[in-house]
Design a binder for this molecule. Structure first.
Ligand SMILES: [Zn+2]
Length: 262
């Protein structure tokens, strides 16, 4: 049965959280993640799927590509989208905490909605506001990782390695230098362990045309087979671009000029 009642802020926040963690094109009502969230918030998978489509229609990245999505997203949907991006640092941990509370199997009885369930939610939210900063940081990091990984469909953007255990959601500008960019997926790259380390230590950078540049320092160690196949082979190759949250060109320029070993 399709419910016609209005979406609550928390429900919208949860769908928006999920929006970032699944690649565009997998918003289907048969996606197990969509089904699990739908059950948790008392909506149909079809309704959650349509709401994901609404968010896609608001996403500037898809708008730029001419993807129409579903029109009439609704004011509440537009408002939460704007709030999310205006308060990224606050809304990411908040949505992540809600998501964790709902999808944690030990708290399956907590449902969003009306009546006494809403009261349980209030208590849960109150508890969540007391979450220590370290927990928020962890949740933020997890969100950042999942969002970046999903955008790149779990592939290293340099070499294409597709094994999640070998992949890292790297920061273009290190978060120790720009804490405000810690959770910004436009400051993220999906890299394998070798390319993450090489990028982090300045042996490799990516220019604003999304081409890989290998540091001259590496050439001092040649000839060496592993360096050839692991790094030199990608010189001037274009990276695999994500399906949203393109790496910010300004951040890439900062990396190239401040961190790359010339
Ligand atoms: Zn790689």
């Amino acid at each position: 049965m399709i419910r016609s009642d209005l979406w609550t802020r928390e429900q919208l926040l949860l769908v928006l959280n999920l929006y970032h963690k699944i690649p565009f094109g997998q918003f289907d009502h048969r996606n197990p993640k969509v089904i699990r969230l739908a059950e948790a918030i008392g909506r149909t998978p079809g309704a959650v799927s349509r709401k994901l489509g609404n968010f896609a229609s608001l996403d500037p990245y898809h708008q730029n590509r001419g993807v129409k999505g579903l029109s009439n997203a609704g004011k509440a949907t537009e408002d939460i989208w704007k709030e999310f991006y205006d308060n990224w640092d606050q809304l990411v941990p908040e949505s992540e905490a809600l998501f964790e509370a709902l999808t944690d199997t030990t708290k399956e009885d907590i449902k969003l909605g009306q009546g006494e369930n809403a009261q349980i939610l209030d208590q849960e939210l109150e508890r969540l506001t007391e979450i220590e900063r370290s927990v928020k940081v962890r949740m933020g990091q997890r969100f950042f990782r999942q969002t970046v990984m999903a955008s790149y469909h779990w592939h290293c953007c340099v070499c294409g390695i597709p094994i999640p255990e070998l992949l890292i959601a790297s920061h273009i500008i290190p978060w120790k230098d720009r804490e405000d960019l810690r959770l910004n997926p436009h400051n993220g790259l999906c890299l394998c362990a070798l390319h993450d380390k090489a990028f982090d230590r300045g042996f490799m950078t990516i220019n604003s045309d999304y081409m890989v540049l290998i540091s001259p320092v590496i050439y001092h160690h040649l000839p060496q087979e592993a360096l050839n196949s692991g790094l030199i082979a990608y010189q001037n190759c274009k990276i695999l671009l994500p399906d949203r949250f393109l790496p910010d060109k300004n951040f890439l320029e900062v990396h190239q000029h401040q961190y790359f070993l010339h």
